[in-house]
Ligand binder design. Structure first.
Ligand code: RP5
Length: 164
Protein backbone atom coordinates (compact mmCIF):
# COMPACT_ATOMS: atom_id res chain seq x y z
CA UNK A 1 0.00 0.00 0.00
CA UNK A 2 1.21 3.52 -0.71
CA UNK A 3 2.21 5.66 2.29
CA UNK A 4 0.73 8.92 3.55
CA UNK A 5 3.35 11.65 3.95
CA UNK A 6 2.59 13.96 6.88
CA UNK A 7 4.51 17.22 7.07
CA UNK A 8 4.03 19.92 9.70
CA UNK A 9 5.59 23.36 9.84
CA UNK A 10 6.62 23.10 13.49
CA UNK A 11 6.63 20.51 16.24
CA UNK A 12 4.19 22.88 18.00
CA UNK A 13 1.62 21.58 15.45
CA UNK A 14 2.01 18.02 16.77
CA UNK A 15 -0.94 18.00 19.23
CA UNK A 16 -3.28 18.54 16.26
CA UNK A 17 -1.34 16.37 13.82
CA UNK A 18 -1.39 13.46 16.28
CA UNK A 19 -5.13 13.12 15.62
CA UNK A 20 -4.34 12.40 11.95
CA UNK A 21 -1.59 9.99 12.98
CA UNK A 22 -3.95 8.10 15.29
CA UNK A 23 -6.61 7.86 12.59
CA UNK A 24 -4.11 6.43 10.11
CA UNK A 25 -2.99 3.95 12.79
CA UNK A 26 -6.63 2.90 13.37
CA UNK A 27 -6.91 2.05 9.66
CA UNK A 28 -3.43 0.43 9.60
CA UNK A 29 -2.34 2.80 6.82
CA UNK A 30 1.44 3.29 6.53
CA UNK A 31 2.75 6.83 7.00
CA UNK A 32 5.82 8.96 7.67
CA UNK A 33 5.84 12.14 9.76
CA UNK A 34 8.26 15.06 9.32
CA UNK A 35 8.73 18.63 10.54
CA UNK A 36 9.58 20.65 7.42
CA UNK A 37 8.73 24.33 7.16
CA UNK A 38 8.06 26.32 3.98
CA UNK A 39 9.90 29.22 5.64
CA UNK A 40 12.50 27.76 7.98
CA UNK A 41 13.56 24.65 6.06
CA UNK A 42 12.38 25.27 2.49
CA UNK A 43 15.08 23.09 0.93
CA UNK A 44 14.08 20.01 2.97
CA UNK A 45 10.37 20.63 2.36
CA UNK A 46 10.98 20.85 -1.38
CA UNK A 47 13.24 17.79 -1.52
CA UNK A 48 10.80 15.61 0.39
CA UNK A 49 7.85 16.70 -1.76
CA UNK A 50 9.67 16.40 -5.08
CA UNK A 51 10.77 12.82 -4.29
CA UNK A 52 7.57 11.68 -2.54
CA UNK A 53 5.98 9.83 -5.46
CA UNK A 54 9.09 7.78 -6.25
CA UNK A 55 9.56 7.12 -2.50
CA UNK A 56 6.24 5.29 -2.27
CA UNK A 57 3.85 7.99 -1.10
CA UNK A 58 0.32 8.20 -2.52
CA UNK A 59 -1.00 11.30 -0.78
CA UNK A 60 0.42 14.11 1.32
CA UNK A 61 -0.94 15.92 4.38
CA UNK A 62 0.59 19.32 5.20
CA UNK A 63 -0.25 21.08 8.48
CA UNK A 64 0.80 24.65 9.21
CA UNK A 65 -0.33 27.72 11.10
CA UNK A 66 -0.06 31.49 10.73
CA UNK A 67 1.11 32.55 7.21
CA UNK A 68 0.70 28.94 6.17
CA UNK A 69 2.48 28.37 2.88
CA UNK A 70 3.45 24.76 3.57
CA UNK A 71 0.62 22.92 1.80
CA UNK A 72 0.97 25.13 -1.26
CA UNK A 73 4.74 24.71 -1.28
CA UNK A 74 4.37 20.93 -1.04
CA UNK A 75 1.77 20.94 -3.83
CA UNK A 76 4.08 23.05 -5.99
CA UNK A 77 6.65 20.26 -5.90
CA UNK A 78 4.54 17.14 -6.43
CA UNK A 79 1.59 16.00 -8.53
CA UNK A 80 0.40 13.79 -5.66
CA UNK A 81 -2.84 14.94 -4.00
CA UNK A 82 -2.09 17.33 -1.12
CA UNK A 83 -4.41 17.88 1.85
CA UNK A 84 -3.84 21.03 3.91
CA UNK A 85 -4.63 21.37 7.61
CA UNK A 86 -4.78 25.02 8.74
CA UNK A 87 -3.59 25.16 12.36
CA UNK A 88 -5.29 27.42 14.91
CA UNK A 89 -3.15 30.32 16.14
CA UNK A 90 -3.41 32.53 19.22
CA UNK A 91 -3.87 35.88 17.50
CA UNK A 92 -6.13 35.23 14.52
CA UNK A 93 -7.61 31.89 15.50
CA UNK A 94 -6.45 30.05 12.39
CA UNK A 95 -8.37 32.19 9.89
CA UNK A 96 -5.06 33.36 8.42
CA UNK A 97 -3.87 29.77 7.94
CA UNK A 98 -7.25 28.72 6.56
CA UNK A 99 -7.21 31.44 3.91
CA UNK A 100 -3.51 30.91 3.09
CA UNK A 101 -4.13 27.19 2.62
CA UNK A 102 -7.47 27.20 0.83
CA UNK A 103 -6.98 30.12 -1.57
CA UNK A 104 -4.58 28.42 -3.96
CA UNK A 105 -4.41 29.89 -7.46
CA UNK A 106 -5.54 27.72 -10.41
CA UNK A 107 -3.17 24.94 -11.38
CA UNK A 108 -1.83 23.89 -7.96
CA UNK A 109 -4.68 22.42 -5.88
CA UNK A 110 -4.68 21.90 -2.12
CA UNK A 111 -7.67 20.06 -0.61
CA UNK A 112 -8.17 22.06 2.58
CA UNK A 113 -9.93 20.72 5.68
CA UNK A 114 -11.29 22.73 8.61
CA UNK A 115 -9.06 24.62 11.05
CA UNK A 116 -7.37 21.85 13.13
CA UNK A 117 -9.31 19.31 11.03
CA UNK A 118 -6.70 16.58 11.35
CA UNK A 119 -9.09 13.62 11.58
CA UNK A 120 -10.82 14.59 8.34
CA UNK A 121 -7.43 15.10 6.68
CA UNK A 122 -6.50 11.52 7.53
CA UNK A 123 -9.92 10.18 6.48
CA UNK A 124 -9.68 12.00 3.15
CA UNK A 125 -6.18 10.58 2.63
CA UNK A 126 -7.54 7.09 3.37
CA UNK A 127 -10.44 7.63 0.95
CA UNK A 128 -7.95 8.59 -1.78
CA UNK A 129 -5.81 5.50 -1.10
CA UNK A 130 -8.95 3.32 -0.98
CA UNK A 131 -9.40 3.83 -4.74
CA UNK A 132 -6.75 1.14 -5.19
CA UNK A 133 -7.25 -0.75 -1.89
CA UNK A 134 -10.61 -2.56 -1.53
CA UNK A 135 -9.95 -3.48 2.13
CA UNK A 136 -9.65 0.21 2.98
CA UNK A 137 -13.01 0.84 1.35
CA UNK A 138 -14.53 -1.80 3.65
CA UNK A 139 -12.90 -0.27 6.74
CA UNK A 140 -14.27 3.16 5.77
CA UNK A 141 -17.78 1.74 5.32
CA UNK A 142 -17.52 -0.08 8.69
CA UNK A 143 -16.48 3.14 10.44
CA UNK A 144 -19.42 5.05 8.92
CA UNK A 145 -21.81 2.32 10.09
CA UNK A 146 -20.32 2.41 13.61
CA UNK A 147 -20.54 6.22 13.77
CA UNK A 148 -24.18 6.07 12.63
CA UNK A 149 -25.02 3.52 15.34
CA UNK A 150 -23.38 5.72 17.99
CA UNK A 151 -25.40 8.79 16.94
CA UNK A 152 -28.64 6.79 16.84
CA UNK A 153 -27.94 5.54 20.38
CA UNK A 154 -27.46 9.16 21.53
CA UNK A 155 -30.66 10.14 19.77
CA UNK A 156 -32.53 7.39 21.58
CA UNK A 157 -31.18 8.54 24.96
CA UNK A 158 -32.32 12.13 24.27
CA UNK A 159 -35.71 11.02 22.94
CA UNK A 160 -36.30 8.75 25.93
CA UNK A 161 -35.45 11.57 28.34
CA UNK A 162 -37.48 14.39 26.80
CA UNK A 163 -40.28 12.95 24.65
CA UNK A 164 -43.43 11.63 26.30
C1 RP5 B 1 4.04 27.70 11.35
O1 RP5 B 1 4.16 28.66 12.35
C2 RP5 B 1 3.92 26.39 12.06
O2 RP5 B 1 3.21 25.48 11.28
C3 RP5 B 1 3.22 26.74 13.35
O3 RP5 B 1 1.82 26.48 13.29
C4 RP5 B 1 3.46 28.22 13.49
C5 RP5 B 1 4.24 28.59 14.74
O4 RP5 B 1 5.43 27.85 14.77
P1 RP5 B 1 6.34 27.86 16.10
O5 RP5 B 1 6.77 29.27 16.30
O6 RP5 B 1 5.46 27.33 17.21
O7 RP5 B 1 7.49 26.93 15.79
O8 RP5 B 1 5.13 27.71 10.49
Amino acid sequence: MKKVGIIMGSDSDLPVVEKAINTLKDFEVPFEVHVFSAHRTPVEAKEFSANARENGFGVMIAAAGMAAHLAGAVAANTTLPVIGIPIKSQNLGGMEALLSTVQMPSGIPVATVAIDGAVNAALLAIEILSLGEPELEKKLADKRAKDTATVLEKNKAVEDKYNS
